[in-house]
Design a protein around this ligand. Sequence first.
Ligand SMILES: Nc1ncnc2c1ncn2[C@@H]1O[C@H](COP(=O)(O)OP(=O)(O)OP(=O)(O)O)[C@@H](O)[C@H]1O
Ligand SMILES: Nc1nc2c(c(=O)[nH]1)N=C(CO)CN2
Length: 165
Amino acid sequence: MIEVGFGLGSNVGDKQGNISRALGVLFGAGAIGFLAASSFYRTPPWGYEDQDWFVNACAVGRTALLPDALLARAKQVEEALGREKTFRWGPRLIDVDILYYGDREVAEPELAIPHRELFNRAFVLKPLAEIRPELVLSGRSVAAEADRKDEALEIVAPPWRPAAG
Ligand SMILES: Nc1ncnc2c1ncn2[C@@H]1O[C@H](COP(=O)(O)OP(=O)(O)OP(=O)(O)O)[C@@H](O)[C@H]1O
Ligand SMILES: Nc1nc2c(c(=O)[nH]1)N=C(CO)CN2
């Protein structure tokens, strides 16, 4: 089993609800065991700024799925929630990104692990540092990189938890 990290974001409709539902689908099917989820953060739009603010959260789990199968799973979750294609960095009902896959590096056109923008995004670093403060990826400390980001992100809800039973 490999520990894997996910970043989730939404800025359309019921943003918190969309992330909660996505986490329920992601960890509900049995292939990915739940380990931890961060608080929900309200974050300013990054990359393309002329759009609504986002809610972001991170989660970690463990899985025997290989990276390509994990990417397919992440895309299935987006489809299950009804995500429609917009444009790069544009508004979205739900985004499920793979942040890391153990300490493995993948560099394919369709899949980059660790995620290409991870160290540029406070909305990923801060929630991830909340749940994995000791994590080091590509030789860089996630918590130290999160601290270097000046933005203070507001926590808007406590961490998601799987339903009991
Ligand atoms: N680590 C990764 N996690 C998820 N998708 C990835 C990853 N690396 C590459 N991709 C590819 O990125 C493609 C585009 O994803 P998406 O439409 O969510 O882009 P985006 O959200 O606009 O930008 P970003 O990926 O920077 O958040 C996906 O179809 C997938 O093949
Ligand atoms: N704050 C924030 N900004 C974004 C986000 C996101 O999840 N949060 N996702 C994007 C798509 O790549 C583009 N910009």
